[in-house]
Design a binder for this molecule. Sequence first.
Ligand SMILES: NC(=O)c1ccc[n+]([C@@H]2O[C@H](COP(=O)([O-])OP(=O)(O)OC[C@H]3O[C@@H](n4cnc5c(N)ncnc54)[C@H](OP(=O)(O)O)[C@@H]3O)[C@@H](O)[C@H]2O)c1
Length: 387
Amino acid sequence: MTRLPRSKQILRADIAMRHSDEKWMAEAIKVGRQARVWSAPNPAVGCVIVRDDALLAAGFTHPTGQQHAEIHALSQIDDAVGATAYVTLEPCSHTGHTGPCVDALIGAGIVRVVLSCVDPDPRVAGKGVAKLESAGIDVTTGVLEAQAHDELKGFFLRLSRGWGRVTVKMAISADGRSAMASGESQWITGAAARADVQAWRAESDVILTGSGTVMADDCALTLRQCENRLSEADWQRALAKPTARAVVDSSATITHDAKVVSGDTPTFLFVRSDAQASTDMPSSVSYIPLDAQEKGVDLKAVFKLLGDKGANEILVEAGPTLVGALQQADLIDRWLIYMAPTMLGADARPAHAAVFKKLSDAPRYSVTGHELIGDDLRIIMRAAQDS
Ligand SMILES: NC(=O)c1ccc[n+]([C@@H]2O[C@H](COP(=O)([O-])OP(=O)(O)OC[C@H]3O[C@@H](n4cnc5c(N)ncnc54)[C@H](OP(=O)(O)O)[C@@H]3O)[C@@H](O)[C@H]2O)c1
């Protein structure tokens, strides 16, 4: 049998290792998705521990103060000596609510760590990699980096600009209308689309609406477990840490009997600092006063405050006034549009109230997904900062 020259043998070994690294990193990314429903303010990281191309354990981020993905994975096995850990984000090297993950990996006898993204958090930012390498661990970075970065987008945006990813959900007719002239909008889309929205709610850290929608619909904005792409286990995690609610309500018009302030889900009401706050709200409701501006409150300030509270993913479910203001201020990262096969007519309300004078002023997005959900078409469009 002819032997390959040594350089070609090395090349083949390299290609095989890259293949295997990508296969296991894809698995770590998939595992990390399970953390989306409860990890904020931490990122939804996934970790798999592998030896001899066999999976030993898989872990994902738990709520603040509990296990990070690496610790969750290591806690499931007695022996990780000689294994490789695949992690979607650089392991932490500092002591926060929990001890440093790099120490746990080193202590467990892991010999190789493969990463997708380096953590931009200044407390980590390369220090995790340096500590692993100084302990003699072989570290490879950048494997499936674009995919992992995409999964952790809200976290990365919050760290770089102060607030997380803003996704606007909207149910519209095929002629682009969001409600009848009377305000009636329940329901434009079918049951399957509404069940799909519940998964997006569960995977968001806060649902934001405007006082107009609260007045018109008396919506509760709570999580409703239903048949959708989330598993039973995902739902149990989501319900253990329900998505917070927020309303921009400049004049503090919402009263204690509104459904949006019922129950014990944390709820933030953004009001003008001179507005008269109600004194009989449940204890789960917090008023957040903001400086008055010409129209309502400063929406960037709202997002920054939600960022300070650790929201990586902000889901907006509002009417044309608030959505239009967000659009006009270029604050929308992603659209989640459910288009129903119906026409609501020329006097029905528009999707949003933003106005553009010229075609060249109208924003352009990239369509990154389209799928039929029941009878409705779900379209995902992303702005440049989210791509
Ligand atoms: N099809 C859908 O997907 C969908 C989704 C949600 C709602 N809707 C429908 O939309 C209708 C309600 O829409 P809407 O336009 O009246 O209400 P909205 O957009 O939900 O809320 C608008 C209110 O937000 C407050 N706000 C505070 N700061 C603001 C700012 N900087 N810019 C803009 N607004 C600010 C203002 O009230 P204050 O002055 O009190 O702060 C404003 O009136 C209802 O018919 C509802 O059924 C449809």
